[in-house]
Design a binder for this molecule. Sequence first.
Ligand SMILES: Cc1cc2nc3c(=O)[nH]c(=O)nc-3n(C[C@H](O)[C@H](O)[C@H](O)COP(=O)(O)O)c2cc1C
Length: 331
Amino acid sequence: MFYEPFQIKGFTVKNRAVLPPMCMYMADDDGIVKDFHITHYATRAIGQMALIIQEATSVTKEGRISLNDLGIWSDDHIAGLKKIADGIKANGGLAGIQINHAGRKSKTKRPLAPSAIPYHDGEAVYEMTIEDIKATVMAFKDAARRADAAGYDVLEIHAAHGYLLFEFMSPLTNKRTDAYGDRLLFLKEVTEGIASVWPKDKVLMIRVSAYEYRDEGLTPDTVSDMINSIKDLGIDMVDVSSGGNVPARIIPYSGYQLGYAKRVKELTGLPVVGGGLITTLDMAEYAIREGLCDFIYFGRLALRDPYFVMNRAKDMNVDLEFPSPYSRGKQ
Ligand SMILES: Cc1cc2nc3c(=O)[nH]c(=O)nc-3n(C[C@H](O)[C@H](O)[C@H](O)COP(=O)(O)O)c2cc1C
């Protein structure tokens, strides 16, 4: 199963391995793509990971996680981003990008959030005005237009890990008393804006934290309810992660988030990407065969071993075709 393709819209995803978005912190203050990024993503595509999702790429300069994030807040970013997308596609991968606003977790000078509640005590955070919110909805929409122009076929909305979209969704971080106290409204407006410019024949995904590890926080069931309320706007697939919105005690182990993926898959009926500390293809095979998820993301494994999908095929009794320049390495 793991090495079998999956059809989504007009795209045949050649196996179930996904490179999840991982910030490389390698850009300068202008957020422009560097040679490193082009090489990094193309290498994972050469290694036969089927879907490559580029790191959290910031929709505004003020919304960066760090001062070294990639940017998509200006048309000046498109040419560099196109080189990443082209590099992935030229090597047989499906090219995806995650777009993000870091909200209160931004390391820039004026972190914005639904409510002025810092992540760590004493940190500066500014409650967004209605104008800030409207401008940010527009920034996500413009980012989606640029992602399409750069040639990506998959767009992932970052609504996980306690960044801005998730901060609006969670009762722990959204204490607003205006219309945006409806914790779905900002996500809905952002998704509507994106869907109005993102081509219908391309794939639109959302990454969520399906559990906050707090009794009062969001759960796989409440997150699925929220996804169900917006999925008809054009959400094709869900990428399931957890945590990150508030400090919490998390005990990770291999596959620790797969139960959340399964629940979101059941409740939304959408294809799901699951993962978290998965380092063996036996575990990946099990998760897909048992219907816990449809794809597996491999983050840290793919950082240390970009060729694991190629190299481990024979352990799974699969005769995988290597890219022709590497075919002599198959023995
Ligand atoms: C260096 C690094 C950077 C990350 N950056 C992002 C990011 O930009 N967006 C995101 O949604 N998750 C990010 N994550 C989380 C990963 O996408 C993934 O969910 C996490 O590493 C768990 O998968 P793994 O155990 O296979 O590594 C990052 C993780 C790492 C290790």
